[in-house]
Ligand binder design. Sequence first.
Ligand code: G1P
Length: 294
Amino acid sequence: MSKRVRTAVFPVAGLGTRFLPATKAMPKEMLTVVDRPLIQYAVDEAREAGIEHFVFVTGRNKGVIEDHFDRQFELETTLEVRGKTAALHELQKDLPSAGRTSFTRQQEPLGLGHAVWCARDIVGDNPFALLLPDMLFKGEPGVLKQMMDAYEETGGNIIAVEEVPHDEVSSYGVIGRGEGPDNSFKLTEMVEKPKKEDAPSNLIISGRYILQPEIFSLLAEQTKGAGGEIQLTDAMQNLMHQQNFTGVKYVGKSFDCGSKIGFLTANVVYALERDDIRPGFIRELSKLDLEEQL
Ligand code: G1P
């Protein structure tokens, strides 16, 4: 039987240059979709999948992420005194248990592969999940849970993939698909940010991974790849010579919240799904005469 996945790593050191000036003093992972920060969605998804230990690879100016996952006594006391018990319970429910978070820093922005490598001592010799919080997924069950189900069957390494238009592949890691059904197929290759004509398919690596600890020794080589960065995809391609990689074409919808369009779309979709917001939001939107603008 495969070793259980108990730990998840969240790389949150990125500078968020695409969202300046919003991200000058605030981490991009704290940008909200409706009223929850992006990082909270990723943590919720991990928790739903059975993750017990949450490891954040942060950087300078990211201290507020650590605060977000801590108690806030002044706030909690005020909510209690004011009788706002529902809000108080919501806040407490979102917190990982005491001692179940770890924080380490990526000291230089050398790429995703380097950020993951920074978590090596905390993760140790265990399989782990990796969630890129920019990518927000709507799925039932969540995407990581769908991957965990595949992992229970196959073990090894699991990558969530999705189809994108051929014109967009060069913005992502792209996989070659081997045999098997959509919820569990063999991967034959991976390439980071290929030119459209070199891409093995239009199936992209979509920001959720389950990886075996052997990835760390490959990342330790610190070879630079696409964009001059240490790429996780290159290390995974190397690990593929020794271990199986399984693709899961997840069921659900993704929002690339690293882009303004994806982020704004996510806000609209999530707001329209909220019973407490939908009626008022639709009323205001209908006043905008959107058809005129479209
Ligand atoms: C990273 C990965 C890439 C993946 C993408 C998903 O790229 O390197 O393989 O497809 O996330 O969002 P980045 O967005 O950091 O350039």
